[in-house]
Design a protein around this ligand. Structure first.
Ligand code: GNR
Ligand code: NI
Length: 171
């Protein structure tokens, strides 16, 4: 197992649209295991392959408090969306910022699981929010894109400044 490096906003690689996964094989399952390790250690409730600079349509999630309900979604497609829910979102690629985002309350999604079997699943609550957030990553989209340009600009500026200071080892 290996912990992977997570790209951070405004890295342009986060804007890549991911291509479909062609084959679900052992190499992909190794990547999936590494993504879970990276997500659990962060810690986070979801991780899209885009965030670890792999531009394939793959995401992992676990919104349980016990961290024992892992989901793997390969080539996910939303079949149905219902209702509207606003919740506070954060992102491992936008560390330290939390803002309200509007999402569908209830979704029906189709995907391949880690064995390559087609699955259909319904989700609501935090899992539905998380899946929509991760599927946005696969389109090169971030939660800050739902905020005003002014707010996004401030977040971008602060993240760049913090990183410059970290690099220079300035407090
Ligand atoms: O860890 C995460 N928490 C979270 C909280 C509310 C809505 C979405 C998320 S996903 C995020 C991890 C992440 O950045 N996934 O892409
Ligand atoms: Ni994210």
């Amino acid at each position: 197992m290996a912990k992977l490096k997570i790209l951070e906003f405004p890295d342009p690689r986060l804007r890549t649209r991911a291509a479909p996964v062609e084959t679900v094989d052992d190499a992909l399952r190794t990547l999936i295991d590494d993504m879970f390790e990276t997500m659990y250690e962060a810690p986070g409730i979801g991780l899209a392959a885009t965030q670890v600079d792999v531009h394939r349509r793959l995401l992992v999630a676990d919104v349980s408090s016990e961290k024992n309900e892992p989901y793997v979604l390969i080539n996910p497609e939303i079949l149905e969306k219902d209702g509207v829910a606003v919740s506070e979102e954060g992102c491992l690629s936008v560390p330290g910022y939390y803002e309200e985002v509007e999402r569908a309350e209830h979704i029906r999604v189709r995907f391949l699981d880690r064995d390559g079997n087609e699955v259909e699943m319904e989700a609501e609550g935090l899992l539905a929010v998380c899946i929509q957030h991760e599927m946005d990553h696969l389109e090169g989209k971030l939660f800050v894109d739902y905020l005003s340009e002014a707010k996004r600009g401030r977040i971008r500026k602060r993240l760049l400044r913090d990183r410059r200071h970290q690099a220079a080892d300035v407090a």
